[in-house]
Design a binder for this molecule. Structure first.
Ligand SMILES: [Zn+2]
Length: 194
């Protein structure tokens, strides 16, 4: 099921008066595409620590959320919009979350589903083995230090996005013979992209 479909189901059952943030035309035009967008090499750089969560960072978080939903994605890292800083946003089904300077402290277990896709490599999907459970230290969108455990899909999305901050792409980790093309709009594919 796509991120958009899941979200529509949720909004119908829990908040029928509020439209889903995914309920808009697909637009990934501002996402940096691997090997295509001028300056795409930012996707291969190790991003810089963010010294303070100020108004500019908070505005960037809001903008990244908007671009992520517009691209019908479930996660977006700052390098994917050309900013080489350690910031990511995601929505694993509980609304938009932002992580500043995230560090994965512990990894446990293994998961292999769902297949991953990446907003910066439109349409390509494949199987990536990820830890099933992680402990994360970061700052939230208000700059508050946080430490939490994430499991399953949320853990997968965070691992994918933290990889982006280190210049690592899912194609580096995917089982090579599972890589295949699906429609670029994740809403029309079997799984969301990040
Ligand atoms: Zn990605």
């Amino acid at each position: 099921m796509s991120a958009a479909a899941e979200s529509e189901t949720r909004s119908e059952s829990e908040a029928p008066e509020r439209p889903s943030p995914y309920d808009r035309p697909f637009d990934d035009s501002r996402i940096v595409k691997y090997g295509q967008t001028p300056g795409w090499e930012v996707l291969r750089q190790v991003a810089q620590e963010i010294p303070a969560v100020d108004a500019a960072i908070q505005a960037l978080i809001a903008e990244m959320g908007d671009l992520m939903y517009g691209a019908h994605g479930v996660g977006l890292a700052a390098p994917q919009i050309g900013r080489s800083i350690r910031l990511l946003v995601y929505d694993a089904g509980e609304g938009l979350k932002a992580l500043v300077n995230p560090v994965i402290l512990k990894k446990r277990g293994e998961q292999i589903e769902p297949e991953e896709g990446c907003l910066s490599i439109p349409g390509l999907r494949g199987v990536v083995r990820r830890a099933n459970e992680i402990t994360v230290r970061a700052q939230d969108g208000a700059g508050k230090p946080i430490r939490f455990r994430a499991v399953e899909f949320e853990a997968r999305v965070i691992q994918h996005e933290v990889d982006h901050l280190d210049g690592v792409l899912f194609i580096d980790r995917a089982e090579p013979d599972t890589l295949h093309m699906e429609p670029a709009d994740p809403a029309k594919a079997d799984a969301p992209a990040e």
